[in-house]
Design a protein. Sequence first.
Length: 178
Amino acid sequence: MSLSAATEPTWVFGYGSLIYKVDFPYLRREPASIRGWQRRFWQGSHDHRGTPEHPGRVVTLVPAEQALCKGLAYLVENEVFEHLDHREKNGYQRFEIDITLTQVEQRVAGVLYVADEHNPAYLGAAPAQEIAEHIAGSHGPSGSNRDYVLQLAEALRDLGDRDPHVFELESLLRSINT
């Protein structure tokens, strides 16, 4: 399916802020998962959770053979991609993916946004304490970077997901005085 030529609604997999900040219309929303990917706070954000001078850190996905990443899938009309492409503009690209709608046990074709190591805003791996301290000191037009992590952790709990990377950062951030 060519995404640019698609006229039918498309499923979009949300694994970060698309779980808790739904500022776009959708036809259907389902708890979902994808295989082979894990969340990491390795992407810089100079347009939402940081500034060009001090980018925040936001979540992207990195390949992980045995991993199961939980999130939400949204069935959207294709006009919605104009908004989503703008929202995810800072290094993210759309990729086609198979999504499992977990409650209805159905696999669907869809897309997700991934910021890989080849984009200019990519910050990469670092020790968890260093990432947490970076996040604790970052703030941008969409709010504090700390709130992004805390909101994502809460949303993942609501989905029944225990993401070790996100929850370790949440714990470290709660111990840092801001």
